[in-house]
Design a protein around this ligand. Structure first.
Ligand code: ADP
Ligand code: MG
Ligand code: MG
Length: 247
């Protein structure tokens, strides 16, 4: 589904990704762990097509297509979803307006019919219920005044409504208490743990992986994957730190 080969990228002329190679198949969940400043968020931004993140080498294909040649909205319509470490607040735009606009734009891009207001609200209610967010919150401006945990749960509601093929989730667990962590973990499993989908889960800590069990764990350090293994690698990192592996 996603094939990253020898990817090099820089920000403000500073090389951050330095030859990153990684492949994900449908049905797989991959965790990326690594020390602060390793380039984890940069990888997520590059895959999402964020301006200012310049690819200087390598290739990325998404379902066989050249991802790097696609505009960000084309990547989204093709089924790519990005969850951010720091979800943005959008004053003046309600979650419902925002999500219905995003979903229908993607459906048009794919040549599918738009959802009516009623159809959309039904879908939104189902996803909000599953994540324990009230419809009142979905009617409020995007993330404005939401707690950290509410923002992350709202992000899972967004993911459930958008129903992507590939989710790249950047520190979705940061700032969550134990109950919110379980809810978010269950959300990821429910929405994404199917044979036709894949997840790239970026996390500092092992604890989210107790809820979302990865098929593969990779260590990203200094802009490259320096080690890959199974779920046990996350436990080893938790015990021994990144120092021994990433040095
Ligand atoms: P991680 O998510 O693994 O903590 P990041 O991808 O956020 O790492 O950052 C990787 C490196 O890129 C860090 O050294 C960081 O300081 C640098 N960096 C990130 N964004 C910018 C930017 N906008 N301008 C300059 N340097 C940046
Ligand atoms: Mg960081
Ligand atoms: Mg980061």
């Amino acid at each position: 589904m996603l094939r990253i080969e020898d990817l090099h990228a820089e920000v403000d002329g500073k090389p951050i990704l330095k030859g990153l190679t990684l492949a994900l198949n449908a049905g797989e969940i991959h965790a990326i762990m690594g020390p602060n400043g390793a380039g984890k968020s940069t990888l997520a931004y590059v895959l999402g097509g964020r301006p200012g993140y310049e690819v200087t080498g390598g290739a990325v294909t998404f379902n066989g297509e050249d991802l790097l040649a696609m505009e960000p909205h084309e990547r989204a319509a093709a089924g790519l979803f990005l969850g951010f470490q720091y979800p943005v607040e959008i004053p003046g735009v309600s979650n419902v307006q925002f999500l219905r606009t995003a979903l229908n734009a993607q459906r048009r891009q794919r040549g599918e019919e738009e959802l009516s207001g009623a159809e959309f609200l039904k879908l939104a209610r189902t996803q909000a219920d599953a994540l324990g967010l009230s419809m009142d919150m979905l009617k409020r401006p995007v993330n404005v005044g939401f707690s950290g945990g509410e923002k992350k749960r709202n992000e899972m509601v967004q993911m459930g409504i958008i129903d992507p093929k590939l989710a790249i989730l950047d520190e979705t667990d940061s700032g969550l208490d134990i109950d919110a962590l379980r809810t978010v973990g269950e959300g990821i499993n429910r929405i994404m743990r199917t044979p036709d989908k894949a997840v790239l889960l970026i996390t500092h800590y092992q604890r989210l992986l107790d809820y979302v069990r990865p098929d593969f764990v990779h260590v990203l350090a200094a802009g490259r994957i320096v080690r890959s293994g199974g779920p046990e690698l996350a436990h080893e990192l938790e015990r021994e730190g990144y120092g021994a592996i990433a040095a």
